[in-house]
Design a protein around this ligand. Structure first.
Ligand code: C2E
Ligand code: MG
Ligand code: MG
Length: 478
């Protein structure tokens, strides 16, 4: 494979007006050519996975689109990334992350055709370009991709099953240019994440409008937190044995200037995807502390208030010290505040959460597992973690009267919790019959609309005072 370049030369013999002999100086440029090829390769491939990069993908997409347009064919673009890739990088290190990315490349190449292009855009973002493929074909490839990537991988001594989320756009339906198709596939992937990850989603023109709505709402929320539009409502928690009110859960509400009172499901999920959830948590804790001191000063009996924490709080360094400082500033003992964490929070954050939980407990906070039974329901996570109590999810409580299965599950949960030294709270309790079953099963506390729905602070105090005759005398002080 020698490559020669002619520097200077002269033709000395012609035949049929074509040169057949020449004299001159040539140099060997094989090395140059090799270097040039290597450079061209590097400019078009991702060095980690050896997959085509964005530039080569764009070239191939342009070609595929031109062909599709000429032959009136369809074409599909799959945009996917790995769910929770950042956590893997953070907890197992970048080398483990790299191994995983290489795995993805190798696995996926196995299911693609010669004419398909699998490319890596950067990070954990991959694209599959599927010429001559329509909606059904794209769905099949997406389905296979999800299944294939879900198979466990050996990473840093752990066997991990990693899921992915895929967005799909189709030519010509969702756009005529590569850029538009890519952007729309990205939007669809975002949607797939939002709907719970580990799934694929076709692009839909309504998605752009939804995203814009979300951005507008997020901006309004950011402003709302600063300008005092949040409110804390309190839902009482009572002891089943004697009905005494022992505390409350703080649940945030947003008084939106145009849309009125918004419940958490309208803004908490999207706040969780940004740093806003941390700001909300800070605000709620401050507000709870303010109320706790006001109630103490008014001579009300001591109540504990539960505050919900999200996974992002645990990514903040020094969380435990920070929370302790807030309580100290209000001259309150950390024992007055319970911190609620859901199972999914525990799954989401990794080993450093354990350390944070242990520090929080050491400082004196009580830790509560929230929504237990709604997700993985694995008590393995709780083993050796210093939790004080467990909240049975309302989906299980709802089935108590009608579903023998739910009854058996809650009974086992209560028994196991007690073995592990946890008290049990049932949430979403709406009927007397549910209370009775829970009492028989040994559950200690209930929270739910049967007792009271979440109330603004003043109403909560009035409610608690009306209920507890023994504190009625002191109510005058408020
Ligand atoms: P959660 O922590 O599990 O709170 C219990 C939810 O169940 C509350 O919904 C409460 O109003 C509702 N609930 C209580 N009793 C009943 C009942 O008898 N029947 C029915 N159907 N529902 C009942 P809410 O206030 O809409 O809050 C929803 C979720 O939003 C909370 O679930 C919590 O995960 C989250 N959230 C609320 N406030 C905050 C907050 O300040 N920070 C964070 N990170 N999350 C919050
Ligand atoms: Mg809660
Ligand atoms: Mg809950």
């Amino acid at each position: 494979d020698w490559v020669w370049a002619l520097v200077r030369g002269k033709v000395t013999e012609w035949q049929d007006r074509k040169p057949i002999r020449m004299i001159g100086t040539h140099i060997d440029i094989t090395q140059h050519k090799r270097a040039e090829n290597r450079i061209r390769y590097l400019a078009h491939h991702d060095p980690l996975t050896d997959l085509p990069n964005r530039a080569l993908l764009a070239e191939r997409a342009a070609m595929a689109l031109a062909l599709a347009s000429r032959h009136q064919n369809t074409l599909a673009i799959l945009f996917f990334d790995l769910d929770g890739f950042k956590d893997i990088n953070d907890s197992l290190g970048h080398e483990a992350g790299d191994v995983l990315l290489k795995h993805v490349a190798v696995r996926l190449k196995g299911i693609l055709r010669e004419v398909d292009t699998l490319a890596r855009l950067g990070g954990d973002e991959f694209i599959v370009l599927l010429p001559d493929v329509g909606r059904n074909g794209a769905a099949q490839v997406a389905d296979k991709t999800l299944t294939l990537l879900r198979e466990p991988v050996e990473l840093g001594g752990h066997r991990l099953a990693v899921t992915s989320s895929i967005g799909i756009s189709l030519y010509p339906h969702d756009g005529a240019s590569f850029e538009t198709l890519l952007k729309n596939a990205d939007t669809a992937m975002y949607r797939a994440k939002h709907e719970g990850r580990n799934r694929f989603k076709f692009y839909d023109t309504r998605m752009n409008a939804e995203i814009l709505d979300r951005l507008i709402l997020l901006a309004a929320l950011r402003k709302g937190i600063q300008t005092g539009q949040l409110r804390t409502h309190f839902q009482p928690k009572a002891r089943l044995a004697d009905g005494a009110v022992v505390g409350a859960e703080a649940l945030v509400r947003w008084h939106h200037p145009e849309q009125g009172l918004l419940l958490p499901d309208r803004f908490i999920p999207m706040a969780k995807e940004t740093d806003l959830i941390v700001a909300i948590g800070e605000w709620v804790l401050e507000d709870v502390c303010r109320h706790l001191t006001a109630w103490r000063d008014a001579g009300l009996p001591e109540l504990t208030v539960a505050v919900n924490l999200a996974a992002r709080h645990f990514r903040e360094p020094g969380l435990a010290d920070h929370l302790a400082t807030v309580l100290a500033r209000h001259d309150l003992s950390p024992a007055r505040v319970e911190l609620e964490l859901t199972e999914s929070t525990l799954l989401d954050v990794g080993p450093e959460t354990r350390t944070a939980i242990e520090s929080l407990r050491k400082i004196g906070f009580h830790l509560v597992i929230d929504d237990f039974g709604a997700g993985y329901s694995s008590l393995v996570y709780l083993k050796n973690l210093p939790f004080s109590s467990l909240k049975i999810d309302q989906s299980l409580v709802r089935g108590l009267e009608t579903d023998a299965n739910d009854r058996a599950i809650t009974e086992a949960m209560v028994a196991l919790s007690h073995i592990m030294g946890l008290t049990v709270v049932a949430e979403g309790v709406e009927t007397e019959r549910q209370c009775q079953i829970l009492l028989e099963q040994g559950c200690e506390f209930v929270q739910g609309n049967l007792l009271s729905s979440p109330l603004p602070a003043e109403d909560f105090v009035r409610w608690a005072v009306d209920r507890g005759g023994q504190i009625r005398r002191r109510a005058a002080a408020i």
